[in-house]
Write a protein that binds this ligand. Sequence first.
Ligand code: BGC
Length: 760
Amino acid sequence: MKGIHIFLTAVALLAVSCIGKQGELIPYKDPSLKVERRVADLMKRMTLEEKIGQMNQCVGLNHIDESQAGMTEEDLMRNTAQAFYPGFLKEDIAQLAREGKIGSFLHVVTIGEANELQQLAMESRLRIPLLIGIDAVHGCGLVSGTTVYPTSIGMASTFDPELVYISSRQTAHEMRAIGMHWTFAPNVEVARDQRWGRVGETFGEDPYLVSLMGARAVQGFQGDEGLEKDLVLACAKHFAGGSQPINGTNGAPTDLSERTIREVFFPPFQACIDVGATTVMMAHNELNGIPCHANDWLMQDILREEMGFKGFIVSDWMDMEHIYDLHRTAVSVEDAYAQSVNAGMDMHMHGPAFVPAMLKLVEDGVVPVSRINRACSKILEMKFRLGLFEDPFFDESVVHETLLKEEHVQTALEAARKSIVLIENNGILPLTDGGRYQHVFVTGPNADSQGIMGDWTFPQPKENVVTFLQGLKEVAPNTRFTFLDQGESIRYMNSSRVKLAGEMARKADLNILFVGEYVNRKDWNNKTSGEDVERGNLRLAGLQEELVKNVLDSGKPCIVVLNNGHPLAVEWIAQRADALVEAWEPGMKGGTALAEILYGYVNPSAKLPVTFPRSTGNILSVYNHMPSHYFHPIVMENPMPLYEFGYGLSYTTYAYDNLKTEGFKKGVLHVSVDVTNTGSVAGEEIVLLFMRDDYASMTRPVKELKAFTRVALEPGQTKTVNLQVDKQQLAFWGHDGKWIVEPGTFTVMVDTLFTTAELK
Ligand code: BGC
């Protein structure tokens, strides 16, 4: 290992030497010069082909090997997680890197491979380092041995943007320790269809919450004031509208009014750009008839001109090609590449075909060379800013000092504790270890599985993860737990085990069931949720409902824990179980956090960042709907949500009083409210302030979140909470296609209290 390091250091020194063979100074290699100067110098030295090479990304060499062994060429069209390049061996891809025809790699998931790839780039003519990207969405969980935090939907449930910031910063450190420079996160889409398999990857349904969380994630990844050298590029994705697809399926068309796009979907991207997001990824879907990847209105007019985006845009997986082979608004792959780059795309994800095709398109005058220059110089700028020209390698001998650091694991645990939502509790919780329920029967597909890690992770070493069952045993050593394994794969549950569960439940004092979804990326074809896997309805999949029924029919007390990334229609379970807990996908320490909550060592504080509809037919079901949304009834069904955004219980109770406002002063509304812990245990309450524009020239939502905070309260303690709303937060997209803030009265709502504020 040491020998390799000395060798790589020597190569790095060669890379940084700013003296050429003839003894001349090479400005782009001189770290004392300004980035703009270095970019300009390097651009002058590059051929057109090399510039296009910088715009091109490929999957890692080990990934190619693994995919080639396990998939056919037909699989390539649909698969968005694995790839190889027909006609190209991995040696050919390595050769392209040596020739400077690849600027970036993704899906490099083995520690060490990043260095091997950089080594190839150091053999190229200009020794331009590679940018290595990965989906580090909630920790760098695609790499074994890293810290895995709760998925974004859980992080949103904490209503604690600081936790998002801290975990993103820690993730950035872990990424750099293993040679990764660019995370394809945060996903700041606003989740508007609960069937969509990627809801768990988002911060939920509220544009304001998503904006705050997304912006803090960007700052955590990149740095507080823009990109810092030792951190990583963030990528606000996917632009735009893919989280409200027709049928709820990933990548399906999105048809939305400009008002909805601007009011709901754009604000989180603006928030990320305002704090310096360096990259944006376009969305798979077509938006109102135009594939996002060929949409110059989105890329040029909105992102660059209106929002002031200064970084580079990356395509999503094979979506430039899909302009031709899926959307059919291009007549060939070459036409698709031309449309996309001309519309503003800067980097192609992924594959070797792009470079020769783009070279010809430029030579033929179809794509102006100015587009190539702009794209390439932006990509180079980021490489310089990250310090890659000085040292593209990472030090394998010190990786262990950064991965899974104690403070990272503690953050993962704290986040899990704050993200688990107590939904129903008839008083059975919290449990007492060694108390009334001596013998606890545990079952369900997610009881002892890495399903707690959520999507965008690969299985982690067992010793790094605390499953729910392990957590229970750890936290309640004086209780006897009996476990019946139902297997992890929800699609293939065994009916005799489901039946047996009912029998075993009768013999226990208490039953705890772990149900939900299956998102194992290594078992892609059997997943029930996650990327590219949608549900046609929101009921528990497979034999899980039968399992819950069998256990409930035992007549013994029962706690149901949900482990999933999107809301489920669980009304009947909520009515029959003694307690219902939404654990989301709480990450590597999820088992500990859940058990601490069940046994009362931690008081749950999380609230839902997304609405739970009562049935699939109630989609679109969001809390910030328009006034007429529920005007007429639905036959023989209650159309109202089962649990609305912002709902969540605690082991204590809170009373709100004294909601006050003195109106807008200098454009800011100051609101105060007294919150008292009226129960017998300490807790942290999330205080949510909603507003409604009472009468306006366009219809306005019945309520919208405008401010929130967390407040810690001892039993009996009262605190006055002060919240502020800037009048710009009340703007909406008016009749004449402009943002307007209309004077008038606004209802201010906190808990069940409300008051009025007037904007003159
Ligand atoms: C996903 C992106 C992701 C990319 C690379 C795509 O299928 O939509 O979100 O960043 O793959 O893994």
